[in-house]
Design a protein around this ligand. Structure first.
Ligand SMILES: [Zn+2]
Length: 393
């Protein structure tokens, strides 16, 4: 607590005595100001919210104003871990249109230096996707006749955790998709929007899918940490994605488990996907997924799914091997995997065809192009289409 008070005081002191001002007091905002030097147009900052419940500093989102627009603005961003310091942070003058910007690495800090032409400029680790964005998206699609937007649960912080169900009729095969178990991984939600956009579309494959299957999707699991701009990663008492043990802590995890168990009593539970975004600091493409099913029929199913995806998208994520049960906790894809279930005291979903963790990338596609909000949505759209083809063929 003392640490936080000191930071708040520093923040206030710098903001009251400096010409340059920094502010993160808005939805999803987060930064600590370490120093401001007006004469060189320089600020030194660090992702904040290092508290007992937020143990990885990897998300920043703040605005700078009253700087000298005639000179380069220099922003030094300090980090604990290099892989969490973004290769391509983003800036915007309006919080709507974001542009990637190169940063230079030096001694556990990233530096952005550029001329910014407007009075106020916003910076973030990657394209922000905040809590109200997911509420706006669910409202936008709510009138679709095949969509049921509902509440999974009220979070520990009293926020509504939205859930989307897509179907055309009853008695269907089951597909479950969740995202944002790690609150800072904002790239995931652009993928999710594209994914849902395809599945609710009037394309013939999507129509066939909706007659055969029901999609249950929870686009933002850790709404509380997204809302305050905390990373959520490795948080105490437990990271969301380590909480899929026989006894779970978080309400959203408990409720997804309970609903999966209920819905699969009467329907074939076929596919589970947990959407993440890897390290913002990766210097190579990290568009990937984890494969637990080495050499089994379920691996053939996953391979088939990505073969279909590749036909639509012309790129393919890298296959990584899973570090199964190493942490001593069960993670979401393991919970639904149908593997080692008796041993681990979790339900044995024998009908599951594949379960995997999918990792969206912050920086570069496997074909060398940069990921943008649009191409992240397109990735989701193609993944949705591949799922429809896989389920209905
Ligand atoms: Zn993650």
């Amino acid at each position: 607590m003392k640490y936080i008070i000191t930071l708040v005081l520093l923040f206030s002191v710098y903001n009251s005595f400096s010409q340059i001002k920094v502010d993160a007091d808005f939805e999803g905002g987060n930064i600590d100001v370490l120093s401001i030097v007006d004469s060189t147009n320089t600020i030194v900052v660090m992702p904040a919210l290092q508290t007992s419940t937020n143990t990885t500093k990897c998300w920043f989102y703040f605005k700078v104003f009253d700087f000298n627009k005639e000179k380069e603005l220099n922003i030094d961003i300090k980090y604990d871990y290099r892989v969490m310091a973004p290769e391509n942070p983003v800036y915007s003058y309006d919080k709507e249109n974001w542009t990637k910007i190169k940063s230079k690495s030096n001694n556990r800090k990233k530096t952005i230096s550029s001329i910014f032409t407007e009075d106020t400029v916003y910076f973030a680790t990657g394209f922000p996707y905040v809590y109200s964005d997911v509420l706006n998206y669910t409202n936008k699609i709510a009138s679709n006749k095949n969509v049921d937007t509902t509440t999974l649960v009220q979070s520990e912080g009293g926020r509504r955790v939205p859930k989307i169900i897509v179907a055309d009729g009853d008695n269907k095969d089951l597909v479950w998709v969740i995202a944002r178990q790690h609150a800072f991984e904002s790239m995931s939600n652009f993928m999710i929007e594209g994914f849902v956009d395809y599945i609710i579309s009037e394309d013939s494959l999507a129509r066939e899918f909706r007659k055969k299957a029901t999609l249950h999707i929870v686009p933002m699991m850790d709404v509380d940490n997204v809302a305050i701009g905390a990373s959520g990663r490795m948080q105490k008492p437990i990271d969301f994605n380590r909480d899929w043990n026989p006894e779970s802590h978080w309400k959203a995890v408990k409720e997804v488990k309970s609903q999966i168990e209920q819905t699969q009593n009467t329907n074939d539970y076929r596919v589970f996907i947990d959407v993440h975004s890897t390290f913002p600091g990766a210097t190579y493409p990290v568009f990937c997924y984890f494969n637990m099913y080495k050499g089994t029929d379920r691996q053939k199913n996953i391979d088939r799914y990505w073969d279909i995806y590749e036909q639509y998208a012309n790129i393919r994520p890298t296959k990584l091997s899973e570090t199964k049960f190493k942490q001593g906790n069960i993670i979401a894809d393991e919970y639904s995997s149908g593997l080692d279930c008796e041993k681990n005291g979790i339900p044995c979903y024998s009908s599951i065809e594949f379960s995997f963790t999918h990792e969206c990338d912050w920086n570069t596609r496997t074909d060398g192009k940069p990921w943008t909000e649009k191409s992240l949505c397109q990735m989701g759209y193609d993944m949705g289409k591949a799922l429809c083809k896989y389920i209905t063929e």
